[in-house]
Design a protein. Structure first.
Length: 221
């Protein structure tokens, strides 16, 4: 099954960072399942899927977050669906962690020899290729970057079916993490909050999209 190139480009032209949604319009269960599935199917380094998506529909918790989320003052109360995107922390992403081992054996179904070889390659990546080990926060930063692949795919898939979105990094991390602990959403032992994203339907049309010319962002050698 193929999608016409112009259909995809139209979705990119349609997509914008929607700052306020129509609270009277809700995304259908089928459409939102489609959006989440494109996140689940997104690529990740080594195929380790270092993410978790929490769909936050509780209005009371949303309001608590809004006090410390300056980038979502209008989206939190109006979004049809609001997603917290978590990245697995450094301990979860070490080559010998229970999580990485379970991904290789239980999800990727690698035979023992192949799993051992992949672990060696991944260990080298952590130690020397990207030299993430020994640098404070380096693995956490690298893992969080993986979640942005899923974030981008979910926003694009939403645009393809006429649904608006807004990625959100504008929040105060410490109080947000405290609220998430208090509400039993994330205790911080395995996951760090990477970003947020809101979905819904626009209440007004945005201004025309502006971007630099292709020649300014692409260089051929």
């Amino acid at each position: 099954m193929f999608v016409y190139k112009e259909t995809v480009l139209e979705a990119y032209r349609f997509r914008h960072a929607c700052k306020e949604f129509d609270p009277a319009r809700q995304i259908s269960e089928d459409d939102f399942a489609f959006i989440l599935e494109t996140g689940r199917l997104s690529p990740s380094s080594y195929g380790f899927e270092p993410w978790k998506f929490v769909v936050l529909q509780n209005p009371e918790i949303r309001e608590k977050l809004r006090a410390h989320t300056w980038g979502a003052q209008k989206t939190l109360p109006t979004a049809s669906h609001f997603v917290l995107i978590f990245a697995r922390n450094a301990g979860e992403m070490l080559d010998d962690s229970d999580y990485v081992q379970s991904i290789m054996t239980d999800v990727q179904k690698l035979p023992p020899e192949a799993a051992a070889n992949k672990q060696r390659v991944y260990r080298k990546f952590l130690e020397s290729d990207f030299a993430l080990l020994g640098r404070d926060g380096a693995i956490d930063d690298w893992t969080a970057k993986q979640t942005y692949i899923a974030l981008g795919n979910m926003m694009t898939s939403a645009a393809l079916v006429g649904i608006d979105s807004c990625p959100i990094e504008g929040f105060e991390r410490e109080p947000i993490e405290r609220i998430l602990r208090e509400e039993g959403i994330n205790d911080g032992s395995r996951f760090n909050l990477a970003c947020m994203v809101a979905f819904g339907y626009r209440v007004r049309e945005p201004r025309d999209k502006t971007r630099r010319e292709l020649s300014e962002v692409v260089e051929w050698r």
